[in-house]
Structures are given as structure tokens and as C-alpha cells.
Design a binder for this molecule. Structure first.
Ligand code: GDP
Length: 344
């Protein structure tokens, strides 16, 4: 796995704290230098004001190079086979000449080590491949903050020439909605026989899925997987038509043997062709871009508010008043907002 380096000085030490200048980030990423890409992602993950300014400049310069990829969200409960699936499908995609980036949003990664490790032990062969870039979930901050960084990371990866982006998340609710808001196609992995047909996955997640693949359809499990496939198909019939006009596909596959994996990718490309021909693809991306603008404003305002010394000096006392019932939540919020505005 030899990253192509434009400038040997750029890749001397990926953990070096010595900052690169904006030109070096931009040129390195355009040249597909993975070490520079990693450092740029670290830059956008940084909360330091100086890094934020540099990160914004890097993003602005690279935006015209971004966008040329298929962005695929992959979700499913832990153990369903997401990493095995991405490894299997990913190897066939890179064999076909695609360049693949695998990112993750794991809301549990801050508290625990996370359900998605996204590291080299999980996708052993894939992570060795020179056409693959794997980045684990950012660990700090709220889901909103983590998501914004992942959204920017998608753009950086595209500017670096990755034409297929997988964003993996665990089936635990809010994180799917977040991933759904940054991908073109949303793939739900399920397994047969986990009790109820929806397997603890919220109905809303099934409703978001463009493609459902029942994994582990191998050995004795094939018949059960096919039964689950029919259950999902029946369940989907009760759902209202999708905005994209696409009828969600339900397939079976085995990430272990590779059976059906190609068919899942065919469904992805059919979905992309369909939505590109109707214009939904571009429309969805534009809506997502506006959504992320608003999310970023919200996030920045919140950060600015809570880090303001005028707010900090009063926050504890006012919160105590809310907790002991001497002040309403609304009056408290108004007082803090006034303090914030006056301090500006
Ligand atoms: P994740 O938590 O969703 O990423 O799931 P993993 O990819 O780590 O897989 C969980 C377990 O299921 C591992 O032991 C895999 O070897 C196994 N597994 C994954 N896909 C398949 C499959 O298609 N068939 C079978 N039999 N086992 C699988």
C-alpha cells in the first residue's frame, strides 16, 4: 500500500503536528496523497479556531473537485455483517477499477470503543488495498458535530479521486437519519430469523431504505433468508410510495460466500441510473447541501453561545434556578440569550 506522494516532505510523519499550508493540503489531496488526506480530515475535525479557518479554505478550494462519486449509506444492527459485506463488495469494486473510501458514523464511539471500529482489523484485505481509504468515525462531540465532519470528509475524499464512498452506521435510530442526509443511496442490511421481521430496527429506517439486503443467506440459512425477504417485501407494500419514485429492492446475499453481492451492487447502480434520469439525484444533493448549511449554522451558533464567557458566567446559576423550579425554562433561556447578545 504505497500512497502516491507528490512531495516527499508532505508525508514524512502523519502524526506530526507541524501544520501544512493550505496549498500543500490542496495539492496533496488533488494528487491523491492519502497521508495529506488524513491530515486534512484531522484538520476539519479540529476545534481550534486557527484550524477551522484553514479547514474552511481547504474545503472552499477543493469543492469544485468534489461531487463525482456514488455515496452509499450502509446500515444494520451490530453483527448483521456490515464490515464483512463492505469488504466483499469493496474488493470486487476495486478489482473493477473503482476507488473506494469507507467512512463511519458511530454514535457510541465516544463512550465505548464503539460498535464500528472502522479500523484495519475489520476489513483486513480491503484496508491493504491501494485504491481504498478507510477512516473510522470521528469520536468527539455530538452526533451533529460528528456528522458535519463526516460530510466534509466525503467531499475531501471525492476531491482525492475516490469515486465510491461508503458511509457505515449502526442501526440505532438517529444516526441513520443523519447518514441518510448525506448519501445518494441507502442500503439496509438485515438477517433472517431474528424474531420479528424488522429486527428491532425502527420502521422509519426501513422506510428510508432504497435497497434491503438480507445477509447471511448461506448454508442452512438460505430458505430462512428468502422467507425474510418475502416478509420485508410484504411490509414494504404497506408503505407510501417513495419521493424518488423508486420501488425499494429486497435481495438476499451472503457476505461470507459472495453470493448475491454483485446483485446488490447492480441494484445500487440501477437506483443511481433511475434517479439521475428523473433528476431526483441532483435535487436530493442540492437539498442535502442546504440542510448541511443550516446544520452548520445551528452548530456554530450553539458552540459560540456556550463558549461565550458572558453565558458561562451565568449558566450554572440560571440552570440551578431552573432545576429547583424558581425560574421557568423559557425565562432562563431568554436571560442567557440576552447575556449572549449583550456580550457581542
Ligand atoms: P457488523 O457488526 O455488522 O459489521 O458485522 P460483521 O461484519 O462484523 O459480522 C458479524 C459476524 O457475522 C462475523 O462473525 C462474520 O464472520 C459473520 N458474517 C458476516 N456476514 C456473513 C454471511 O454472509 N454469512 C455468514 N454465515 N456469516 C457472516
Amino acid at each position: 500500500m504505497a500512497p502516491s506522494n507528490l512531495n516527499p516532505n508532505l508525508s514524512a510523519d502523519p502524526t506530526s503536528s507541524q501544520a501544512l499550508d493550505v496549498d500543500a493540503y490542496v495539492e496533496g489531496i488533488r494528487g491523491g496523497d492519502r497521508v495529506v488526506l488524513s491530515r486534512a480530515i484531522t484538520l476539519i475535525e479540529s476545534t481550534r479556531e486557527r484550524d477551522r479557518v484553514a479547514a474552511r479554505e481547504v474545503m472552499d478550494r477543493l469543492l469544485p473537485d468534489a461531487g463525482q462519486s456514488i455515496r452509499v449509506g450502509v446500515t444494520g444492527v451490530p453483527g448483521v455483517g456490515k464490515s464483512t459485506f463492505i469488504e466483499k463488495l469493496g474488493m470486487s469494486l476495486v478489482d473493477d477499477g473503482r476507488k473506494l473510501a469507507v467512512l463511519a458514523i458511530d454514535p457510541s464511539s465516544e463512550r465505548t470503543r464503539g460498535s464500528i471500529l472502522g479500523d484495519k482489523t475489520r476489513m483486513g484485505r480491503l484496508s491493504q488495498h491501494e485504491s481504498v481509504y478507510i477512516r473510522p468515525s470521528p469520536t468527539s462531540g455530538s452526533l451533529g458535530g460528528v456528522a458535519r465532519k463526516t460530510r466534509e470528509t466525503i467531499l475531501l475524499c471525492e476531491a482525492a479521486g475516490y469515486d465510491t464512498i461508503f458511509v457505515e452506521t449502526v442501526g440505532v435510530g438517529q444516526s441513520e437519519i443523519t447518514v441518510h442526509s448525506m448519501v445518494d443511496v441507502f442500503l439496509l442490511l438485515g438477517i433472517a430469523g431474528a424474531g420479528d421481521e424488522l429486527q428491532g430496527i425502527k420502521r422509519g429506517v426501513v422506510e428510508m431504505a432504497d435497497i434491503i439486503a438480507i445477509n447471511k443467506a448461506d448454508g442452512d440459512n438460505v430458505r430462512r433468508a428468502e422467507r425474510a425477504q418475502r416478509q420485508y417485501e410484504n411490509a414494504l407494500q404497506l408503505f407510501p410510495p417513495t419521493d424518488s419514485g423508486w420501488e425499494p429492492a429486497v435481495l438476499t446475499c451472503s457476505a461470507e460466500t459472495g453470493d448475491g453481492i454483485e446483485d446488490v451492487w447492480t441494484a445500487v447502480t440501477e437506483y443511481v441510473d433511475h434517479t439521475q434520469s428523473t433528476g431526483f439525484f441532483g435535487e436530493q444533493r442540492r437539498r442535502q447541501a442546504r440542510y448541511w448549511m443550516r446544520q452548520t449554522i445551528e452548530q456554530r451558533l450553539m458552540d459560540d453561545f456556550f463558549s461565550s464567557s458572558d453565558v458561562q458566567s451565568k449558566l450554572r446559576e440560571i440552570e440551578d434556578s431552573v432545576l429547583d423550579g424558581t425560574m421557568s425554562s423559557f425565562a432562563a433561556a431568554d436571560e442567557l440569550l440576552d447575556a449572549y447578545r449583550e456580550g457581542r
